[in-house]
Design a protein around this ligand. Structure first.
Ligand SMILES: [Zn+2]
Length: 208
């Protein structure tokens, strides 16, 4: 059984510094992440393993993402974020992430990176878990194959591949077939991405 909390990629830390609140995107990320936690789209499962994460693009610098194993916290602070400044993935299994911050980046950073790489207009990526919604993934749209698990370079490539479909990109959501409960959303800001997800969630018959 896959375990969300396990980091599968090679991590290189460059500075053990708390992320500076100078980036205007910091407050937005913390706020939207708090909303996702309220919806239980981010949290901890029965085994107390954290799930779900959120990120924003810091133009010219990289990706600011919520830290791994922070799902139990209702409110995050800057110290719970990691700034991913470099990433590499391909179709083989080798890939790496370079980051700074006091917290290790989420284990799904590479999938977020693939979405930012695929479309320069994307400014935020949200990853939530919802079992009942995920069961309806065919209704949501094309999803990644069931044999591809979370946090792998193969998943990142599969997501990038799906995003080459303009209709998928415009919808702003996809499910991860091989990652039970896993759904990804993106948009021109974290707020836009969240509102879009909530709209689709409602349309699919759920109450936020
Ligand atoms: Zn996940």
């Amino acid at each position: 059984m896959e375990t969300e909390g396990v980091i599968k990629f090679e991590l290189r830390m460059i500075e053990d510094e708390t992320i500076s609140g100078d980036h205007p995107q910091v407050a937005e990320l913390l706020l939207i992440r708090q909303e996702m936690h309220k919806l239980a789209w981010i949290g901890v499962d029965r085994e107390q393993i954290g799930y779900g994460n959120a990120s924003v693009r810091i133009p010219g610098t990289g990706i600011l993402i919520t830290g791994t194993q922070t799902g139990h916290l209702r409110v995050l602070e800057e110290e719970h974020l990691a700034l991913v400044t470099n990433w590499k993935y391909g179709l083989d299994d080798s890939f790496s992430i370079t980051y700074s911050g006091k917290c290790k980046p989420s284990s799904e950073s590479i999938t977020h990176a693939a979405i930012y790489d695929a479309h320069p207009e994307v400014q935020a990526v949200l990853h939530l878990h919802h079992s009942e919604w995920w069961i309806l993934r065919q209704r949501i749209g094309p999803y990644t194959p069931h044999n591809i698990s979370y946090g792998t370079s193969v998943m990142a490539s599969a997501v990038a591949q799906l995003l080459t479909n303009e209709a998928v990109y415009k919808k702003g959501i996809l499910a991860m077939g091989g990652h039970a409960g896993g759904i990804l959303g993106w948009g021109a800001s974290a707020e836009i991405a969240l509102m879009n997800l909530i709209d689709i969630f409602r349309r699919d018959g759920f109450q936020p």
